[in-house]
Design a protein around this ligand. Structure first.
Ligand code: PGA
Length: 252
């Protein structure tokens, strides 16, 4: 059975105190739910990662990073390496978020290198992809997504896929209040799973969790998560409010 995941991407929000308070509240309310086969993840900003890790008890909340540099170490001012993350207990990193691609010029080629670094360091990646509105309108969304996946991930070996979580995030739905319909999400998730099955095997494709991201809220989560190929969500805005985030976790 595929693992279900609800991941909160806090982006550039929450100072030290807010981060610690939010994660503690999430942990407390999540523990009560006694979740099975479900991962609850939060992604604070780099400066607050260690404090958030340290403020957690033995509950089921995991802490991940929002980004990482591909190089081992060196003269890359302002960047963070895989080993730095590991040294504070971080095992998973979000890569290829559309905001990274748009505002920080992350290319598919750079993302392929970052994925390699993740694997070399025995970490896990939550790999984001998705089309912009013009691609959707011109019916080019499947081509765009196929290209993003192929360029960043199709050099991997079968066994590497154990360390990959996919996150379909149509850019037009991120932070806009406009969500892909459950049918649009399912259609794209099934397409992506078929790409992995064709290149690797059905077994590999059946194991990979594919999350949906883009204006997921407590009110629409159940409908989206009920689709066969949707294994959870990558949540932005609604992950900053404990009740909204717990509402979404309850939906899964
Ligand atoms: P949103 O963000 O839930 O605020 O749309 C999703 C994301 O960027 O991961």
């Amino acid at each position: 059975m595929r693992t279900k995941i609800v991941a909160g991407n806090w982006k550039m929000n929450n100072n030290f105190e807010e981060s610690v308070n939010l994660v503690k509240a999430i942990e407390k309310k999540t523990d009560v739910l006694k979740l099975k086969n479900t991962r609850v993840i939060v992604a604070p900003t780099f400066v607050n990662l260690k404090s958030v890790v340290d403020s957690l008890g033995d509950g089921c909340v995991e802490v991940v990073a929002q980004n990482m540099h591909q190089a081992k170490k060196g003269a890359f001012t302002g960047e963070i390496s895989a080993q730095m993350l590991q040294s504070i207990g971080i095992k998973t990193v979000i890569l290829g978020h559309s905001e990274r691609r748009t505002y920080f010029n992350e290319t598919d080629e750079a993302l392929a290198e970052k994925i390699n670094t993740v694997l070399e360091n025995k970490m896990e990646a939550i790999f984001c992809f998705g089309e912009v509105l013009e691609d959707r309108k011109s019916d080019n969304h499947f081509n765009v997504v196929e290209s993003q996946i192929k360029k960043a991930l199709f050099h991997l070996k079968d066994t590497d896929w154990k360390s990959i979580v996919l996150a379909y995030e149509p850019v037009w739905a991120i932070g806009t209040g406009e969500t892909a319909s459950p049918e649009q999400a399912q259609e794209m998730h099934a397409f992506v799973r078929s790409l992995v099955a064709d290149k690797y095997s059905q077994a590999v494709a059946d194991e990979v969790s594919i999350l949906y991201g883009g204006s997921v809220k407590p009110g629409n989560a159940l409908e989206i998560f009920s689709k066969q190929d949707v294994d959870g969500g990558l949540i932005g805005g609604a992950a900053l409010n404990v009740d909204d985030f717990i509402g979404i976790i309850t939906a899964i």
